[in-house]
Write a protein that binds this ligand. Sequence first.
Ligand code: IMP
Ligand code: MG
Length: 173
Amino acid sequence: MKTLLTADDLREGVIRMSLEIVDAYGDCPLTILGVLTGSIVLMADLIRHIDIPLRVGVVQARSYRGAATRRGPLVINSDLMPDIRDRDVLVVDDIFDTGHTLVELTRLLDDFMPRTVRTAVLLRKQGRQEVALQPDFIGFEIPNEFVVGYGLDYQDEYRDLPYVAVLEEDDLR
Ligand code: IMP
Ligand code: MG
């Protein structure tokens, strides 16, 4: 595996994002909604740098995929989600690839009558977007490669790596 972002890079990127988020929201109370499972590591680091009164919740989005990069239909489960009515909501996900996950998710959240919905992602993959939505906060732009670590998985593995690495052909198992 080839390291793309070291733990130090990630720490700097998360601090940069958190400053932008604090700038954008001022002192407005916020609900940070992490997209399971890929966002858990970013969430844990991000919320400790955002010095605003906040609530934390999760929502699950899963796309069934056969091979590493082929995605199936998206399934969103909001059972674990806290009440977001009249709240400023920041949806946090690991990576913005085609963008369909965040588009479908933000559309679904509207039914719960939040005050505002914005989005933050650790990574945006270059040249992959198929939607008009742009994330409001982006940690890093990365090349079009399949990456793992810092929450991102390949078949539910590698989420625990403290860095982000490119998964190469030899790593597939
Ligand atoms: P999108 O709907 O195409 O934007 O895909 C977003 C989801 O696909 C992410 O939340 C990830 O779970 C998954 N994904 C996309 N690219 C990668 C990758 O390079 N590594 C790991 N997961 C990825
Ligand atoms: Mg994911």
